[in-house]
Design a protein around this ligand. Structure first.
Ligand code: RM4
Ligand code: MN
Ligand code: MN
Length: 431
């Protein structure tokens, strides 16, 4: 029996107010889709099954690059973060798992944390290691890098940390390790490109040997920051080369905010999957760089085009199942609201991509009909699929209008009382 955090009666009461309108909208959409031979029920079923993992680091108020402005009732430990994740999932019904960041979320007792999490109906997704920051009591500094550091002591420490994260993940039922490193350089000449890349590959190979047979290792690239001249795993090319060297279960993770401006991300998705190396996603949105804004808040069409590729690949590669995770961090919104919103936007992009008429598109491509090819994508994108998302939530005991329901539940206000502000907490940015 799953324990719920929000009283179900609050959800039911809000749903009762919205249900008649939803049914009318759903019926109208069903009729519209059936004119194109699309069965709305099949789409709603797929929408219900859609899942994207929550980032444990997305529950607190994130920092800007310069400062942190804490919100009320923020989670103070991993248990409170998990409780907040349960709220996101209870209302939105699209986020049944949590991706942990270690050592930020290291539990004292893994089995106790697992029990607590499962009791709330959640599980653990990919584990994230952190060698981009120094931790208290750490023997060696990562100031000049971790897995690609020129000094072996730092590399060994970083490898050992990743292996510890795998060991913890095994106890929590995770099936993947995500490795993102900040290694790189700030000045031309500071680092030998090839040697640094070779050291990275050697170390990740060592980590890979500790990976259980049913796990994946996900390499996450990022073009810049914290290194501003060169980054060791700066793009999908380096990520692909490293993943190919390391082994079959080592794949590439695409964070939507980690690319050069104007890069065609949906094409990267296609390239990596064509060669079996697309392992997962960090969904978020951005205007400039690694902004970590809510998914779909800046460029929802790009998100749709990414899912257009994913749906296309899933139609041909039966075993294709990348890890889907959100990666965002906020300063001006309630993180619970933003995560509910982002998950729904990702789900929306998926649903719209399911509605693309692929036979027609293929035909337009075949006959070089650029106008109709792009119009066929646009016509799926322009459909308002909100009734499908709402119905999927309603049928899964979630909220038709999750953000309004969340506000009505006064969860944040109750957290403000239960989680008093720590007078010594830091006001600096997390970077
Ligand atoms: C990085 C990257 C990683 C995330 C950290 C917090 O920029 O996106 O995925 O773990 O931020
Ligand atoms: Mn990321
Ligand atoms: Mn990032």
């Amino acid at each position: 029996m799953t324990t719920t955090v929000i009283d179900q009666s609050v959800i039911d009461a809000n749903n009762a107010k919205n249900q008649a309108a939803l049914e009318a909208d759903y019926c109208a959409l069903s009729e519209k889709l059936s004119r194109n031979d699309i069965d709305i029920e099949a789409i709603t079923r797929k929408a219900s099954e859609f899942a994207v993992a929550l980032p444990s680091w997305g529950l607190g108020t994130g920092g800007t690059r310069f400062a942190r402005f804490p919100g009320i009732g923020e989670p103070r430990n991993i248990y409170e973060k998990i409780a907040d994740c349960a709220v996101v999932n209870q209302l939105g019904q699209a986020t049944p798992s949590v991706s942990l960041h270690i050592p930020w979320d290291t539990p004292e007792d893994a089995s106790e944390l697992l029990g607590y999490t499962q009791n709330l109906g959640l599980s653990f997704d990919a584990m994230n290691s952190n060698t981009f920051q120094d931790q208290a009591q750490q023997a060696h500094s990562y100031k000049y890098g971790s897995l690609a550091n020129s000094q072996s002591a730092m590399r060994e420490q970083a490898v050992a940390h990743n292996i510890e994260v795998i060991e913890l993940g095994k106890k929590l039922g995770s099936k993947a390790l995500t490795v993102w490193v900040g290694d790189g350089s700030n000045f031309p000449g500071q680092q030998h490109f090839a040697n640094a890349f070779a050291r990275y590959i050697e170390c990740t190979k060592e980590i890979y040997t500790a990976l259980p047979d049913d796990w994946n290792m996900l390499l996450e690239h990022k073009i810049f920051e914290p290194a501003f001249y060169s980054t060791v795993i700066q793009d999908w090319g380096s990520s692909y080369l490293a993943a190919t060297e390391i082994g079959e279960r080592c794949k590439c993770l695409v964070d939507l905010g980690h690319h050069a401006p104007n890069v065609n991300i949906e094409m990267i998705v296609s390239r990596l999957s064509q060669f079996g190396k697309l392992g997962g996603f960090h969904f978020n949105d951005s205007k400039y760089g690694d902004d970590d804004l809510d998914s779909g808040s800046i460029n929802p069409y790009q998100l749709f085009l990414v899912f257009n590729e994913l749906v296309d690949i899933a139609n041909t590669q039966r075993s294709f199942s990348p890890f889907y995770m959100l990666d965002q961090s906020h300063n001006v919104t309630d993180p619970i609201e933003s995560l509910i919103y982002s998950a729904a936007e990702v789900q929306r992009a998926f649903v719209k991509a399911l509605l693309v008429d692929r036979t027609a598109l293929e035909n337009y491509q075949e006959h070089n009909d650029a106008m109709m090819a792009q119009a066929s994508l646009k016509s799926a994108y322009n459909l308002d699929v909100e009734p499908i998302l709402q119905m999927a939530r309603l049928r899964n005991t979630g909220a038709i209008d999750p953000i309004k329901t969340y506000r009505e539940s006064a969860y944040r206000e109750s957290c403000a009382k239960a989680r008093p502000v720590d007078a010594n907490r830091s006001g600096s940015g997390i970077v």
